[in-house]
Design a protein around this ligand. Structure first.
Ligand SMILES: Cc1cc2nc3c(=O)[nH]c(=O)nc-3n(C[C@H](O)[C@H](O)[C@H](O)COP(=O)(O)O)c2cc1C
Length: 171
């Protein structure tokens, strides 16, 4: 299957990118995996103008979301990956998720990969993800949270990376 990872972290070589790459390497043995660094793209929030509803799913805003929709073409699974920023996913990933509304959804499987400086900070991100999966009838393949990632690169030595690989290998 085709798996698209939406990486909400803006930091190149950071913890979330390391986590995404571990997932991609393991899942890549059996599947086509594409990582899209939405955290570093110029993607504005949805304007709720409903242009897409009368223009065959086309969005009125011509920003980097065009590249995301291109990558999502034919996707069977989407992985939402993000560092926790103020107890939730990054604003960049949230803007991307809001904008998915225009393009429609070809995939029916999803997963979520989260990391954070502290622990017990995942309630909002998980609630948003669970709400989406249940509303859109996506099959949740798993959620992995990696706490205590205080420095850039902490992820390299995180025991929880094994959970990320296990999830990828289970697909
Ligand atoms: C703006 C900002 C807000 C953050 N907010 C939180 C937070 O609410 N809770 C937490 O545990 N960590 C928080 N962190 C820490 C990051 O989630 C953590 O260091 C993460 O591993 C960074 O991932 P990255 O290397 O991909 O940037 C925050 C970091 C930044 C830059």
């Amino acid at each position: 299957m085709k798996i698209v990872i939406l990486n909400g972290s803006p930091r190149p070589g950071g913890n979330t990118e390391i986590m995404c790459n571990a997932f991609a390497e393991a899942a890549g043995k059996k599947h086509e995996v594409v990582r899209v660094d939405v955290g570093r793209m110029k993607i504005s929030g949805c304007l709720a103008c409903m242009y897409c509803r009368t223009h065959d799913h086309e969005c009125v805003q011509k920003d980097d979301m065009v590249k995301v929709w291109e990558a999502l073409k034919g996707a069977d699974m989407v992985v939402f990956a993000s560092p926790i920023y103020w107890f939730d996913v990054t604003a960049q990933l949230k803007c991307t998720i809001d904008r998915l509304y225009a393009g429609g959804f070809s995939w029916n499987k999803t997963a979520m990969l989260l990391d954070s400086g502290a622990d017990n900070v995942y309630d909002a991100a998980k609630a948003m993800y669970k709400g989406m999966t249940s509303y859109l009838k996506w099959e949740d393949m798993g959620v992995v949270c990696v706490p205590n990632m205080r420095d850039k690169g902490s992820m390299k030595d995180a025991p929880a990376l094994a959970e990320v690989v296990k999830l990828a290998e289970s697909l």
